[in-house]
Ligand binder design. Structure first.
Ligand code: CP
Length: 347
């Protein structure tokens, strides 16, 4: 099917139709094949992607930068502080920040897309503020904005996850996908599990979200996942027992996230100590071989990486035969090339 995504922002998978997401996956698979066969695919010759990182990254930065290069364009890395830090109206500091409306319009005069990563400390862990900033850029920019992970969504990761799952399992209808919380001593955002439950329900899977009490995801996102399941013929359930959830699973995706209960606006200031005290009660929520043995014999183990080995997962599982984490990391490249090619006018 022909889709026209030129100029569109990509902030969450929910804002694109299933057909549009399928077109991205199809192109991503074609581009993956072309790269393997060394067939040139310079769809964005001479085009520029600005990449604004408020947070650290290995995969996202290097897959976007490599991707735009392979498409014939260039990526420019922007780090707040090295450029005047883009800020919302009312949060400006003289000659230190620059209002987002100005930054977005200036970059629109030079290049062809702006990609942004922002969550956690740069927005004082105020849940939703990172997403608001990405959308403020999208409002003012004349060029597409791509979300490289904010505090609600990580749509590029979700698309790479779905692509990887389809490569290993075929169509996702009737497949049991377990997105589970796992222990970590650090505090991670909720964007990955939220995007995973939205994307897998969008592709018709039977999704089980598993977590201890107190580590609930955003109820609005959970409602969207339920609606997706109704619309696309899958199912969505919540479990408070990791062992039970893993029973008969085709795909398991155990990873850590922090508790929204301890983040503003639910509390005046982020309470990391409270969050860590809560999470420390659940150190047994680790993906080990015993849990993998509860799933189907051909289960795949997924993780967006970076993984906290010995906390979220044991070495034998992440390095073992069920693990597809490096396919997942690789597919970030192919899927993002497809997204860029579509929104930046390459197809
Ligand atoms: N999965 C992911 O987004 O990795 P990075 O934080 O390294 O970009």
């Amino acid at each position: 099917m022909v889709v026209n995504l030129r100029g569109r922002d990509f902030i969450s998978t929910q804002e694109w139709t299933r057909e549009e997401l399928e077109a991205v996956l199809k192109l991503a698979m074609e581009l993956k094949d072309k790269k393997r066969k060394e067939i040139p695919h310079r769809l964005l010759e001479g085009k520029t992607l600005f990449m604004l990182f408020y947070n650290a990254s290995l995969r996202t930065r290097n897959s976007f930068e490599t991707g735009i290069f392979e498409l014939g364009g260039q990526g420019i890395y922007l780090q707040p502080g090295a450029v005047y830090t883009p800020a919302l109206k009312g949060e400006e500091i003289a000659y230190t920040t620059e209002r987002i409306s100005d930054v977005a319009r200036v970059l629109s005069r030079y290049g062809h897309a702006i990609a942004i990563r922002i969550y956690g400390k740069p927005v004082q862990w105020v849940y939703g503020k990172g997403d608001r900033i990405v959308r403020e850029f999208a409002h003012w920019a004349d060029i597409p904005v791509i979300n490289m992970e904010d505090d609600i969504y990580h749509p590029c990761q979700a698309m790479a996850d779905v692509m990887t799952a389809i490569e290993h399992k075929g169509r996702l209808e009737g497949k049991k996908v377990v997105v589970s919380w796992a222990y970590s001593a650090g505090v991670k955002p909720v964007a990955v599990p939220q995007s995973a439950i939205l994307a897998f329900t969008r592709f018709g899977a039977d999704v089980v979200l598993a977590h201890p009490k107190g580590l609930e995801l955003d109820p609005k996102i959970v409602d969207m996942a339920r609606q997706n399941a109704d619309e696309f013929g899958g199912s969505f359930e919540i479990s408070y027992d990791m062992n039970e959830a893993f029973e008969g699973a085709d795909i398991v995706y155990p990873k850590s996230w922090g508790s929204l209960k301890f983040m503003p606006p639910n509390v005046p200031e982020v309470d990391k100590e409270g969050m860590i005290n809560l999470m420390n009660q659940y150190k047994d929520w680790i993906c080990d071989q015993e849990k993998i043995d509860r799933a189907k014999s051909d289960v795949i183990y997924m993780h967006c990486l970076p993984a906290d080995r010995g906390m979220e997962v044991t070495d034998d599982v992440i390095d073992g035969p069920h693990s597809v984490v490096f396919d997942e990391a690789e597919n970030r490249l192919h899927v993002q090339k497809a997204i860029m090619a579509y929104v930046m006018g390459g197809v």
